[in-house]
Design a protein around this ligand. Structure first.
Ligand code: NAP
Length: 281
C-alpha cells in the first residue's frame, strides 16, 4: 500500500464505502477520508444509499469492483450476514455486522460497535466486575451488552419493551429490570443505548438527576446533539460522563484498522466529526 501523501483521486485509487438507508447525514466519509489522507493512503470513502431489496446486488458489486471494505448501517446490519463468506464469532453472537473486509475476494464480517463502546468506557475505568445498567435492547444495546459480558461486567438491561429486554438478557446471560425500577438501582455505570435524547427529541432523558446520583459513570451513545440532556443531568449529579462521539470515533477507527492494518489518527477523526456536528472542543 502507498504511504506517500495523496489526496487526489487517480487510476490507483481504492475505495471503501458505507451502505445503508438513509446515509446522507453520516459522519463516516469525513472521518475516514481525513484519516486516509493523513496516512497518505490512496483510498477514498463514500456513502451509498442502498434499498433493502438491492442489498444482495450491492454486496456482489463489492466483490466485482474489488472495493476494500464497507461499513454497514441501518437497515442492513443483520441481513447482510447472509451474503458474507465468513462472520467473526462475536458479530455472529451479536447478530449484526457493521464492517466488511474484502480479502482476496472473500468477504469477512465484523462488529466494531462493540469495540467502540468498550474502548470508550475503558478510557475511564476497567469494566471487569463493574455493575453496568444498559437502557435499551435495540441493535446498539445488543453490541454493548455482549461486549460488556465478554469483558466480565455484571450487566442489567432495562428497556421500554420488556419482552425485548428479556430476550436479549437471555442471549447475553445477564439480568433485566423494568425502566420504572431505575430509582432502586445503584451501579458503577449507566449507558443510554436508546434513541431518547437524539436530535429533534433533545428535551428527553430516561433518567432524572436524582437517579443518576447512584452511578459513577454515565455514557450516552447518542452523539447528535453532542451533549444530550442525560449527559447534562449526569454532570449536575457529579458523574463522570462519556458522550456518543467517543464511541462513534472509536468504532470507525476499529473499522479503519481492519481495512488497512494501520492505526488511524483518532484525534483527527474526532476533530472532523466534532466539526460536522457543530461542536467546538
Ligand atoms: P434501535 O435498534 O432502533 O433501538 C432503539 C432503542 O431505543 C430500543 O431499545 C427502543 O425501545 C428504545 N427507545 C426508542 N424510543 C424510546 C422511548 N421513547 N422511550 C424509551 N425507549 C425508547 O436503534 P439502535 O441502532 O440501537 O440505536 C440507538 C441509538 O444509538 C441511536 O440514537 C443511534 O444513533 C445511537 N448509536 C450510536 C452509536 C455511536 O457510535 N455513538 C452507534 C450505534 C447507535 P423499544 O425496544 O421499546 O422500542
Amino acid at each position: 500500500m502507498q504511504t506517500t501523501k495523496i489526496s487526489k483521486i487517480n487510476a490507483q485509487t481504492k475505495l471503501c464505502a458505507l451502505i445503508g438507508n438513509p446515509v446522507k447525514h453520516s459522519m463516516s466519509p469525513a472521518m475516514h477520508n481525513a484519516a486516509f489522507d493523513k496516512l497518505g493512503l490512496n483510498i477514498k470513502y463514500i456513502a451509498l444509499q442502498v434499498e433493502e431489496n438491492q442489498l444482495k446486488q450491492a454486496i456482489k458489486g463489492l466483490k466485482a469492483l474489488n472495493i476494500i471494505g464497507l461499513n454497514i448501517t441501518i437497515p442492513h446490519k443483520q441481513k447482510v450476514m447472509h451474503h458474507l463468506d465468513k462472520v467473526d464469532l462475536v458479530a455472529k453472537k451479536i447478530g449484526a455486522v457493521n464492517t466488511i473486509l474484502n480479502k482476496n475476494g472473500k468477504l469477512h464480517g465484523f462488529n466494531t460497535d462493540l469495540q467502540g463502546a468498550i474502548m470508550s468506557l475503558e478510557e475511564h475505568t476497567v469494566v471487569k466486575n463493574k455493575k453496568v445498567v444498559i437502557l435499551g435492547a435495540g441493535g446498539a444495546a445488543r453490541s454493548i451488552a455482549f461486549g460488556l459480558k465478554q469483558n466480565k461486567a455484571k450487566v442489567i438491561i432495562l428497556n421500554r419493551t420488556v419482552k425485548k429486554a428479556k430476550k436479549l438478557a437471555k442471549q447475553v446471560g445477564c439480568s433485566t429490570m423494568k425502566l420504572d425500577q431505575l430509582d432502586s438501582i445503584k451501579a458503577d455505570i449507566l449507558i443510554n443505548a436508546t434513541s431518547v435524547g437524539m436530535h429533534s427529541n433533545t428535551d428527553k432523558s430516561l433518567a432524572t438527576k436524582e437517579q443518576l446520583k447512584n452511578f459513577e459513570i454515565v455514557m450516552d451513545i447518542v452523539y447528535n446533539p453532542l451533549e444530550t440532556k442525560l449527559i447534562r443531568l449526569a454532570k449536575q449529579a457529579g458523574c463522570t460522563t462519556i458522550t456518543g462521539l467517543k464511541m462513534l470515533v472509536l468504532q470507525a477507527a476499529a473499522s479503519f484498522e481492519i481495512w488497512t492494518g494501520k492505526k488511524p489518527d483518532i484525534k483527527l477523526m474526532q476533530k472532523v466529526a466534532l466539526k460536522k456536528l457543530g461542536g467546538t472542543k
